[in-house]
Write a protein that binds this ligand. Structure first.
Ligand SMILES: [Zn+2]
Length: 321
């Protein structure tokens, strides 16, 4: 039996024995020791992704980055606990070769959570004034969320989490042209419609998107508030307790279309999005000045921002579930 088959077998076991009395979205302090997040390590994980160049579907850099992520997660989770969900999707004038990256930790635990980000970067810089048709590095838009999850994976290897954790990195999130959402979220659509583990139902999911820039602000995103309000309140109250109230704003943000909308509506998993944005007076979303430009590079990446997000997630995972 090959490794991929083995992976499916253990995941079927997981899906089949989820307990009926799941704690759901209830949280209590458990008094457990919480490992510390290494922001320098997370910063390096952004740098390593950016070093491949723009991780645009159907490019060599995209393939190289996928191999890098596969080998990193194999090192952290074990070879049998990593699965690349390869698939094709129709782009504008091309068929895209895409892959979602899935890594499972504490694989025998029936009680699980899901952590996500997108690993592709945008094929165009449509908010820039130059080189609009060239792919962007996506240090923050894509890279930072993946980097925080790589650092968590490194920690999970040393200190297994008290609950099952599945890291799911979506491909093809940022492929679409602005003006229509049709060609966005290609990976989360495929994953939700073709679940590698039929019946997979983690307690909840958390999506990280643009969690690494300087001057970031995370107001409470609107879809997140409607899908999993108790989880939003827990995450934001942990942030306040830990002194990160300047980042995790105790106010309502905008409704931001992102992978979490697909995962909630198609896979029926309650999931929130931690995303750097501001809510405009009319209710719309505004993103950082670097967003969808060539300035989304290492110069705007902040160890402090990633460190704060990592601290909050570690407290949640190790001490509140
Ligand atoms: Zn984007």
């Amino acid at each position: 039996m090959n490794k991929i088959l083995l992976f499916f077998v253990f995941l079927f076991v997981l899906a089949g024995c989820s307990s009926e009395d799941k704690p759901g979205l209830k949280f209590t302090e458990k008094g457990r020791e919480v490992p510390s997040f290494n922001a320098d390590s997370a910063y390096q994980f952004v740098q390593q992704q950016v070093d491949f160049g723009p991780r645009v579907p159907n490019t060599e850099a995209h393939q190289a980055a996928l191999s890098y992520l596969e080998s990193k997660f194999r090192a952290f989770a074990g070879s049998d606990a990593v699965f690349i969900q390869r698939f094709e999707a129709e782009g504008y004038d091309e068929t895209l070769q895409l892959g979602n990256v899935i890594a499972a930790f504490n694989t025998t635990a029936p009680d699980r959570i899901m952590l996500s980000a997108h690993w592709d970067s945008r094929p165009r810089a449509d908010e820039d004034t130059t080189r609009i048709d060239e792919g962007i590095l996506g240090a923050d838009d894509g890279g930072s969320g993946v980097a925080v999850l790589l650092e968590l994976a490194r920690i999970f290897k040393d200190t297994p989490p008290p609950i099952g954790v599945d890291i799911v990195l979506f491909d093809g999130e940022d492929y679409g042209r602005s003006g229509s959402l049709q060609k966005y979220f290609l990976g989360s659509r495929h994953w939700s419609q073709n679940p590698p583990v039929p019946g997979y139902s983690p307690r909840f999911g958390i999506l990280l998107d643009m969690v690494g820039s300087e001057n970031a602000q995370f107001p409470k995103e609107q879809y997140s508030l409607s899908y999993a309000p108790d989880l939003v309140e827990e995450v934001w109250s942990i942030a306040t307790e830990k002194g990160h109230g300047d980042l995790f704003l105790n106010e309502e943000g905008a409704a931001v279309a992102d992978d979490h909308v697909i995962v909630n509506e198609q896979a029926r998993i309650p999931i929130i999005n931690i995303i750097n944005h501001r809510r405009l007076p009319g209710g719309g979303a505004e993103f950082g000045a670097y967003w969808h430009t060539h300035n989304d590079n290492m110069e705007i990446i902040s160890r402090e921002t990633m460190g704060a997000v990592g601290d909050v997630l570690l407290e949640l995972i190790y001490n509140r579930l």
